[in-house]
Design a binder for this molecule. Structure first.
Ligand SMILES: *Cc1c(COP(=O)(O)O)cnc(C)c1O
Length: 242
């Protein structure tokens, strides 16, 4: 696999332009909310090739997100070969089956969608085997109460956080959510902020709030998001995987 010629091909220029306009949206919303610092932008590279991850890394992006264990493993082996893995923080943002925990524990730096104790203990066990430091985890909160979309109910976040905090190779970094379809994202993300505040009473280090995607990042910023997960607005419509 060869590295793309950064800044010299059409694809790189296209990504650079889209990245700039997303950064402008973030800057405007940050200012509008009266915040000193913009949230961290996680560029969601799922379904796009490793060459695009190299392009965003060359454009200064430091955080990327993936949502499938198999794709994460394949792509990040390529990124190690291309020499860009060590400069990136890799976020795993998808639903995760317990039997794929090993891949994610070995290749990700942050896991955003931990919603059950069994998954947390599988990640803990597999992280221990890697010799890497603690894996940061965010607890996925279900804002619509529909368990099929993943996430723990708001009133069960505290109990799950206590379970995760008892594991030696994980660190509870905060909460994550996806705004329910058809609901006003401002209402949803305000609820997430309340969940985060009550979590921080017992777990003061759990300050991260992962919320906001291409369509609703402004609402997420208004309600205290520390991490945005943006794919389509930067990389375009996702190709389906072969
Ligand atoms: C794909 C994905 C995103 C990115 O969504 P876009 O609308 O493409 O910005 C964010 N969060 C999660 C959990 C995702 O799976």
């Amino acid at each position: 696999m060869t590295a793309p010629h950064a800044a010299s091909d059409d694809r790189t220029r296209e990504i650079a332009e889209a990245l700039t306009s997303v950064q402008e949206r973030i800057a405007a919303a940050t200012e509008g909310a009266g915040l000193a610092q913009p949230p961290t932008l996680v560029v969601v590279t799922k379904n796009f090739p490793a060459s695009d991850v190299v392009r965003v890394a060359d454009l200064g992006v430091r955080d990327v997100g993936e949502n499938k264990a198999q794709e994460l493993e394949a792509k990040f082996t390529d990124l190690v070969d291309l020499g860009v893995r060590s400069g990136l923080t890799v976020h795993f943002i998808g639903q995760l089956q317990t039997n794929k925990a090993g891949v994610v524990a070995a290749h990700a730096d942050v896991v955003h969608a931990v919603d059950r104790a069994k998954l947390a203990s599988a990640l803990d066990r597999r992280r221990a085997m890697t010799g890497l430091g603690r894996l940061r985890v965010l607890l996925q909160v279900s804002l619509d109460g529909d368990p099929r979309r993943g996430g723990v109910l708001p009133d069960q976040v505290g109990e799950l956080a206590d379970d995760v905090a008892g594991l030696a190779h994980l660190e509870v970094a905060g909460v994550m959510a996806v705004a329910p379809l058809g609901e006003d994202p401002d209402v949803a993300f305000e609820r997430l902020r309340e969940v985060s505040q009550s979590l921080q009473c017992d777990h003061p280090g759990a300050t991260w709030i992962s919320a906001g995607m291409s369509g609703d990042l402004e609402a997420a910023i208004r309600h205290g998001a520390t991490h945005l997960r943006v794919g389509t607005a930067i990389l375009g419509t996702r190709p389906s995987l072969r």
